[in-house]
Design a protein around this ligand. Sequence first.
Ligand SMILES: NC(=O)c1ccc[n+]([C@@H]2O[C@H](COP(=O)([O-])OP(=O)(O)OC[C@H]3O[C@@H](n4cnc5c(N)ncnc54)[C@H](O)[C@@H]3O)[C@@H](O)[C@H]2O)c1
Length: 381
Amino acid sequence: MGIVGAGFVGPHHVDAVRRLGYVDVVAVATSSEASAREKAQQLGAQKAYGSYDALLADPDIHVVHVATPNYLHYQVTSAALAKGKHVVSDKPLAMSAAEAKKLVDELKRSGLVGAVTFNYRGNPLVQQARHMVARGAIGTPTFLHGHYLQDWLLHETDYSWRLEPDKGGASSALGDIGSHWCDLAQHISGLRITHVLGDITTVIRQRKKPRGAREAFQAATDATSESVDIRVEDLASVMLKFDNGAKGSFSVGQVCAGHKNDLTLEVCGSTSSLRWRQEHQNELWIGHRERANEILQKDPSLLDVEVRRYAHLPGGHQEAWADAFCNLMRDIYGFIASGAKPAAAHPPAFATFEDGYRANCIVEAIMESAKQGGIWTLVRY
Ligand SMILES: NC(=O)c1ccc[n+]([C@@H]2O[C@H](COP(=O)([O-])OP(=O)(O)OC[C@H]3O[C@@H](n4cnc5c(N)ncnc54)[C@H](O)[C@@H]3O)[C@@H](O)[C@H]2O)c1
């Protein structure tokens, strides 16, 4: 594999594929030769490239991972497919639904494999929840609700390329983390979001932008900064309709003190409910009316047989974010290595380009709804 972009999330891609045991990390490309060399050395990659074109020309690379800021996703992925490489793109698949649709079509024509890292799918209890919904353990889903809250943009001195529409896209919080929530809600429930009603807010309207580049989650140490106006949302609330008639709602925010990576999703069904929280990801809450509620702890021996392969340690041995990320890579690389036709059924943790495209469509519909003053808006897939 070769990876383009090695800031916050890129090294986790590398770590996850290494754990599979049969993937070589051939090269790293970043925005300059100097930084690529430094990253390649840190990550133990064989080669460093100062541009993604150079990496894509390397015949030793069969799978390209895209972990750059969002505005580069389309061009890197499109160029990689043209060179005959499979692609694992971090989310979002592209900056807009139109670009994402082009990638879906380009991938189809290429006969290659494409995946999007909606990584929460890789958690064993997420797969357990999904399987329980599918086998009718909670009856018919009627209400899906939750939130995805963080606090890393709480202060006016917090800054990221995600706040610049030309680098991150027209939406910030919704595109960045709302897309994860929507993918997860659809993945667990097996339903599709059909209509949305959105309300978006920019809580911090002016921020101090550091003059030098800074990777995600790096502390603001640079005293030299400029004041910039922020035009994208850092807080949003959304109501949802699903294709089986179920309703839903979720909020996203990156200015919510105390919430670090608080993705919470609850599915209420006609007989029982399920709730999964990323920050307590080894527990699944199961709610009942006629008997006591339960907490299922992650323990392979207690999971449905079909999802046990997503848990690798016995009960009481906590598994976490990086393990779920690795499960994703296990599904993706297993699919590639098996030589399966791209149209074949995909293993559950593997989000396809179609899934990525759908997330782009939902975020765009929410933005459109909010722009119209918060009216119900059809999601056009
Ligand atoms: N799945 C997840 O949970 C998750 C988590 C974080 C980020 N992400 C996604 O991953 C992507 C990267 O986010 P991040 O937080 O790692 O960003 P980051 O800013 O920390 O890192 C970006 C990297 O891209 C490189 N880069 C910038 N311009 C480049 C160019 N022209 N050519 C090659 N490389 C270039 C930078 O050098 C840096 O290494 C984003 O699309 C983001 O949405 C996903």
